[in-house]
Design a protein. Structure first.
Length: 145
């Protein structure tokens, strides 16, 4: 399974199961260091899904500054999404509080629920603001074509 396929599955899971709207995929802005693979907002807060296709990518993710200091990260709830069996729930001790999602055939199975994180709300607000402004610019361009 490719990273792009996992990101697509994460977005559908956020929209469907988690009832998120809006959902952003691989969206970043200059003002925030984190660029989540999938980011959603629901009535409970925000959800981040990081998609991993290899164990080396999982370990590399742990070296990011906002992983070492989770209070700087995004997502009230945080999950890793992987193909089935890539990361064992025991390995998540490296990322305390993170949930684990696995693709099993056509469904996404929750192997471990995310705990609730304190979020870097300014980073989340800047990401959402950038997305809103970007969509406005696209809409305005479309109106003039």
């Amino acid at each position: 399974m490719t990273h792009a396929e996992l990101v697509d599955r994460a977005a559908r899971w956020l929209r469907g199961t988690m009832r998120c709207d809006p959902v952003l995929t691989e969206y970043g802005c200059w003002a925030t260091p984190e660029q989540p693979d999938a980011f959603g907002v629901n009535s409970d807060g925000t959800v981040v899904v990081e998609c991993k296709t290899s164990i080396s990518d999982f370990y590399a993710d742990g070296r990011k500054p906002y992983r070492r200091q989770p209070h700087y990260g995004m997502g009230r709830r945080r999950y890793y999404l992987t193909p089935r069996g890539l990361i064992s729930p025991q390995r998540l001790t490296l990322r305390p509080g993170w949930g684990l999602l696995e693709v099993v055939g056509r469904i996404i199975r929750v192997r471990r629920q995310s705990e609730i994180f304190a979020v870097h709300s300014n980073a989340e607000a800047l990401l959402l603001r950038s997305a809103i402004l970007h969509s406005r610019v696209d809409t305005e361009k479309g109106d003039h074509d």
